[in-house]
Design a protein around this ligand. Structure first.
Ligand code: KG4
Length: 327
């Protein structure tokens, strides 16, 4: 199935052409540098930039994918979650194209796209039930996947998402926006990057109770703010240690929640699918792989780092499964 997919959920105008799980083109026009001076995404600016760029990105995706509108089987679009005025630009464009070229229109959930992104460019064979983890700027979500399209929430964000917390910590350290990848670089460059050698420590957030597991980062963020303030003026070495300390606490919490779920599960799990911008982080990958070894589960990340952060190829792949499974 050949699908033209559109995602304008935040500050990336993303359009892709996919054929089943193969990615024929994957164009991402990022607005991040325009939002950097505000320290976060400005919704009205995001909307305007999507409006200005969307036609160009669609044309580029079609020509790079060597595809004509007449060869398409469907148009797919992200309908949420995300910034509503930004999402609207993609939805309007997808509707316009579907009507003009008489193609079926498929609505896709952005988080489902992230969780299914490890299928892009690969021919994964997985057994169900399995687990899905989305770690992005707006959400931290752990799902039980009974089959594609049938999901149960096992744990979710109750305040800040993991990516958002990393961005805020980076901002406190004066590292710019979006900060997750920069924070990772600083954390890695210190010889005391390992938690036990780090002069700083931060409290690890609680994981909730038996019935309801949670991902929570706002308390950790406040603790980080206090610690950073008490350490001012900051030196490069302090920044490196503080970055490593925050990453350690944030990832320890995430892994603890998953570990709790795996310890208490009454079902057999062989695979964990991971997607979202933070899944590009090497330290997080290392920790999740270690967890995988411990529980004998296969941890599956997106095939390339470009498929971790917001993109439309994952939306095309999710739409393909929608058709295949008729969900
Ligand atoms: O999935 P994504 O592109 O957008 C959303 O759907 O939200 O995720 C963006 C988030 C940002 O918070 C960004 O700082 C974070 O992913 N991120 C990283 C890395 N690369 C991007 N966080 C940690 N380490 C990275 N290498």
């Amino acid at each position: 199935m050949r699908i033209l997919a559109i995602d304008t959920s935040c500050d990336e105008t993303a359009v892709a052409v996919t054929e089943d799980t193969k990615v024929l083109s994957n164009i991402i026009w990022s607005q991040a540098s325009l939002h950097a001076k505000f320290g976060g995404v400005m919704p009205s600016l995001a909307q305007r930039m999507h409006e200005e760029r969307i036609d160009w990105v669609v044309d580029r995706a079609m020509s790079n994918g060597k595809c004509q509108m007449s060869n398409l089987d469907a148009i797919a679009v992200t309908i949420g979650p995300g910034l509503s005025i930004a999402l609207g630009v993609g939805v309007d464009k997808a509707k316009e194209l579907a009507k003009k070229y008489n193609k079926p229109l498929v609505a896709v959930n952005h988080l489902e796209g992230h969780i299914l992104s490890p299928f892009a460019e690969t021919e994964l064979k997985i057994s169900y039930p399995c687990l899905g983890l989305a770690v992005s700027g707006g959400n931290t979500l752990l799902l039980k996947i009974n089959r594609i399209g049938k999901y149960e929430t096992l744990a979710q964000t109750v305040d800040d998402a993991l990516g958002e917390a990393l961005d805020k910590a980076a901002r406190m350290l004066g590292l710019g926006y979006p900060g997750g990848a920069i924070l990772e670089k600083f954390a890695r460059s210190t010889s005391s990057g390992q938690a036990q050698k780090n002069p700083y420590s931060l409290p690890i957030p609680i994981i909730g109770h038996e019935e309801r597991k949670i991902f929570t980062y706002s308390g950790l963020k406040t603790a980080m703010y206090r610690l950073v303030e008490s350490e001012k003026p900051l030196t490069k070495e302090k920044i490196q240690n503080l970055a490593a300390c925050f990453q350690n606490a944030a990832f320890t919490h995430l892994v603890r929640v998953i570990s709790f779920v795996l310890n208490h599960k009454s079902y057999s799990i062989k695979h964990l699918l991971v997607g979202g911008g933070v899944s590009a982080n090497n330290e997080l990958r290392k920790r999740l792989r270690k967890l995988g070894k411990e529980f004998e589960i296969n941890i599956l990340f997106p095939y390339t780092k470009k498929l971790c952060s917001d993109n439309a190829a994952m939306i095309g792949v999710a739409a393909y499964f929608h058709f295949q499974k008729k969900i």
